[in-house]
Design a protein around this ligand. Structure first.
Ligand SMILES: [Zn+2]
Length: 352
């Protein structure tokens, strides 16, 4: 027993200086991994996500470790710091960071305010004379009914040029989802939200708020794994558990589904279709998991719109930059005479 303790003590001792010295490089690695990742999945599996970085500091949990982390984070630009925002805002982390937490939050607040200003100035044709408060707009919104009984697989929704379906994945988020709802409501736009079961259960009042605003709510697995990497039975369970959690939160039978990362195999697709659910993909990707600068995100959305002309666009309602960019995207859609489409399942059965 003593030997085990001693071994643990020695390994812990040797871990401390290495881990501390490495904070700066681990933060740099996270930024590089995010920028170089070609897909959300590649980024999540890089081993350099903010969660990976913070986990090491949490495990060691020394005052020096937290101070060092804060020092290194404080050196980042607002845009780079934004990559770590969710970890910084985690309640337990906030306590550990102490006074440093408020300084980081203040820097992020300044970044989002400045980037929103930059975005407004960048909007096509607005130039430097852009009004501080652009006029409110409304967009045409039309329902497209989907018969899910045959388990259809939908990638661009058969939408024509000039038709766009907005989709938001990975929520509900405790602060961002409702801000997105407010922006959509003001423009009279309805969308589809693919919610993660674990989030729907944790923030259990939000799914019904989304639904009551006229949006469609589908499911997106229980906890967002790469399903084809799980054994088949676990993957099936993960899909069903996520689906049931979303139904429990909305009170409505949901028959829309999206694979996390769009990752599937034939057997899983057959399973989902066999449940009588429509599987949704997308043909336009905002890349909002990666582009933290709203002006760049906006440019990417414009590019996707120009390339595809219409179809289903993927956003994430858990990203701050998505909240910031959405009003500009809606104004652009208006300018381009787009019609927004909301997919609704043929039958929506209330669950007791
Ligand atoms: Zn997702």
């Amino acid at each position: 027993m003593k030997l085990i303790r001693l071994a643990f003590f020695i390994s812990h001792l040797s871990l401390l200086p290495i881990a501390h010295a490495d904070v700066a490089s681990r933060i740099t690695e996270a930024l590089i991994a995010n920028t170089s990742a070609q897909s959300f999945l590649e980024w999540q599996q890089s081993g350099h996500t903010p969660n990976d970085i913070f986990r090491i500091t949490r495990q060691i949990d020394s005052a020096t470790g937290w101070t060092e982390l804060c020092t290194e984070l404080s050196k980042l630009s607002g845009e780079n710091l934004a990559l770590f925002e969710d970890e910084i805002n985690d309640r337990a982390t906030a306590r550990k960071l102490g006074a440093c937490h408020s300084r980081l939050v203040a820097k992020l607040t300044r970044y989002w305010a400045a980037s929103a200003g930059e975005l407004a100035a960048d909007e096509d044709g607005a130039g430097d004379d852009a009004p501080a408060q652009p006029a409110a707009i409304t967009l045409p919104s039309e329902e497209r009914v989907v018969d899910t009984s045959s388990g259809p697989v939908i990638s661009d929704g058969g939408l024509k040029a000039g038709e766009i379906a907005l989709t938001f994945d990975d929520g509900p988020h405790p602060t961002r989802t409702e801000r997105i709802l407010k922006i959509l409501k003001e423009a009279g736009v309805r969308a589809t939200f693919f919610e993660v079961g674990e989030m729907a259960k944790h923030y259990s009042t939000l799914p019904r708020i989304v639904l009551n605003d006229g949006h469609t709510v589908g499911s997106h697995s229980w906890n967002h794994p790469q399903l084809p990497q799980l054994d088949f039975a676990s993957a099936q369970k993960n899909i069903v558990k996520g689906h049931e959690a979303v139904i429990a939160a909305t009170g409505i039978e949901s028959s829309f589904f999206r694979f996390p990362y769009g990752a599937r195999n034939k057997a899983l697709q057959k399973f989902v279709s066999g449940l009588g659910m429509a599987t949704f993909f997308w043909n336009m990707d905002s890349s909002d998991w990666k582009l933290r600068n709203p002006a760049q995100l906006f440019q990417n959305v414009l590019q996707e719109l120009s390339n595809a002309k219409g179809g289903i666009i993927l956003f994430h309602d858990i990203q701050e930059q998505t909240v910031v960019v959405l009003p500009s995207v809606l104004r652009e859609l208006k300018k381009r005479n787009f019609k927004t489409i909301v997919f609704v399942p043929k039958a929506r059965t209330p669950r007791p």
